[in-house]
Design a protein around this ligand. Structure first.
Ligand code: CUA
Length: 392
C-alpha cells in the first residue's frame, strides 16, 4: 500500500473486495478465452495455409453441430460473466446495512463538506471513519457535478445536482489508524484538480472521542471543556494544608496524530512566490484581536464557528474545530501558520478560482479589478491566524 498509495487494487473494504474480486474473475476468464481463441486461430492459419501445388480446399456448406457449439460456448461464457457481475452490482448498490454510520457529503467548488447527523458534527475536507463499522456516504452537490473517490477504499461515485447518490463501505478492522487521499473525479471547474480531501480510519473509541469533541463548540467558547472536564482535575495540597485546585486542562477529543501522517497525504503544493507575508508577525498574533478582525473583516459572511454567535454562514467551510485539521484550502496546503496567513491574505493566488474573497489590503482582487482597500493588514491577518489556531 505504501509503494502505490493511490492504488485502487486493494481489499481494504467490503466494497473494493467485491469489485476487485469480480475484476480478478473476469480477467481470468478473459485470459482463458484469449489464449484458446488465439491458439485455434494460429493453428488454423498454419495448418490450412495455401501451399504450392496443394489440393484445392474442400468446399462445404453449413455444419449444424459446429454452429450450435460456437453459439453455445460464447453464451455459456457470457452467463459466467453476467452472473457474478449482476450479483456484485446488486450487492454494492443495495441500501447500507442497519447500524451504518451516515456521513452526508456535500461537494462545493472546490472543497468537501462532511456532516455526521448522528453526532451533529460538520467538518470540511477531512473525514474520520471508524474501522469495522459501515460508513454510508450520502452524496450531494451544492453547485456542479463532482465525484467522490478514495482510491484505496473503493468507489467512485458522482455527486449529481438535484439527486442524492449513496455509496457505502466497511473499512476492515485490520487497517487500524491510517490516512488516505481522497479526490474529486469529475471535472468541475478551475480548481477541480485542487479539490482534495483526506480520509482517516480510526479505532471505534478514537472515533467516539473525536466525534464527541467535534460536536461541541470550539474551545474558546466551550464552557464544558473548561468548567467541567470529563477527567476530574488533580488536586494538590498547598503548603497551608488546604487542597488547592490545579489548573484544569481543557479536554480535547481525539485527533489523528500529525506524527502518524504518511508521506503521501502531506500536501506539497508550492506557494506563489509573488505573495509576500512577514512570518515574524505571526509571533505577535493575538487570538482575541483576531476574533474581532474575523468578525469585522467579513469572514463571518461565509464561515460558521459553533460557539461564536456571530459566525453562522454556511457558504464556506465550517471552521468550528479548524485547528484540529491537518490541511487547508481543500486539502491543498498543510494547516500551519505559514500557509494559513497566505491563504487568508490571498486565497485566489494560492488556488485558481477559489471563491474565498481576497482579504489582504493591497492585494489584487480579480472581482474588484483592483487592489483591496477594505480588508485586513498583515498584522491583523496574524491575529486571525492566532484566533483560528485557538479553535481546537
Ligand atoms: Cu469537484 Cu472536480
Amino acid at each position: 500500500m505504501e509503494s502505490a498509495p493511490n492504488s485502487t487494487f486493494n481489499h481494504t473494504t467490503d466494497l473494493n473486495t467485491a469489485i476487485d474480486g469480480l475484476w480478478d474473475r473476469l480477467l481470468l476468464w478473459g485470459t482463458i478465452v484469449f489464449v484458446v481463441v488465439e491458439a485455434a486461430l494460429v493453428y488454423t492459419i498454419f495448418r490450412f495455409r495455401k501451399r504450392p501445388g496443394g489440393a484445392p480446399a474442400k468446399q462445404i456448406h453449413g455444419n449444424v453441430a459446429l454452429e450450435i457449439t460456437w453459439t453455445a460456448i460464447p453464451a455459456l461464457i457470457l452467463v459466467l460473466i453476467a452472473v457474478p457481475t449482476v450479483k456484485t452490482i446488486f450487492q454494492t448498490q443495495a441500501p447500507a446495512p442497519a447500524g451504518a454510520l451516515t456521513i452526508e457529503v456535500t461537494g462545493h467548488q472546490w472543497w468537501w463538506e462532511f456532516h455526521y447527523p448522528e453526532y451533529g458534527v460538520t467538518t470540511a475536507n477531512e473525514v474520520y471513519v471508524p474501522v469495522g463499522r459501515t460508513a454510508n456516504f450520502v452524496l450531494r452537490t451544492k453547485d456542479v457535478l463532482h465525484s467522490f473517490w478514495v482510491p484505496q477504499m473503493g468507489g467512485k461515485r458522482d455527486l449529481i445536482s438535484n439527486k442524492t447518490n449513496v455509496m457505502w463501505f466497511t473499512p476492515n478492522p485490520d487497517l487500524g489508524t491510517n490516512a488516505y487521499n481522497g479526490f474529486c473525479l469529475e471535472y468541475c471547474g478551475a480548481s477541480h484538480a485542487n479539490m482534495k480531501f483526506r480520509m482517516f480510519t480510526v479505532q471505534p473509541d478514537e472515533f467516539a472521542s473525536w466525534a464527541a469533541h467535534q460536536a461541541r463548540p470550539a474551545l474558546p467558547y466551550d464552557t464544558a471543556a473548561t468548567a467541567a472536564p470529563a477527567v476530574p482535575p488533580v488536586t494538590v495540597a498547598s503548603a497551608a494544608g488546604t487542597p488547592a485546585p490545579a489548573m484544569a486542562a481543557p479536554t480535547l477529543g481525539y485527533v489523528f496524530p500529525a506524527s502518524q501522517l504518511p508521506e503521501h497525504v502531506i500536501p506539497q503544493t508550492p506557494l506563489p512566490a509573488r505573495l509576500q507575508f512577514d512570518d515574524a508577525l505571526l509571533a505577535q498574533g493575538d487570538a482575541k484581536r483576531g476574533e474581532t478582525a474575523f468578525m469585522m473583516g467579513g469572514c463571518i459572511g461565509c464561515h460558521a464557528i459553533n460557539g461564536n454567535p456571530m459566525a453562522l454562514s454556511n457558504v464556506g467551510p465550517n471552521l468550528t474545530h479548524f485547528a484540529s485539521r491537518h490541511t487547508l484550502g481543500g486539502g491543498l496546503f498543510p494547516n500551519d501558520d505559514h500557509h494559513l496567513a497566505r491563504w487568508i491574505k490571498n486565497a485566489k493566488a494560492l488556488k485558481p478560482g477559489a471563491q474565498m474573497n481576497v482579504i489582504g489590503i493591497g492585494e489584487y482582487d480579480p472581482i474588484l479589478k483592483g487592489p483591496v482597500t477594505a480588508g485586513l493588514t498583515d498584522a491583523q491577518i496574524a491575529d486571525v491566524v492566532a484566533y483560528l489556531r485557538s479553535l481546537k
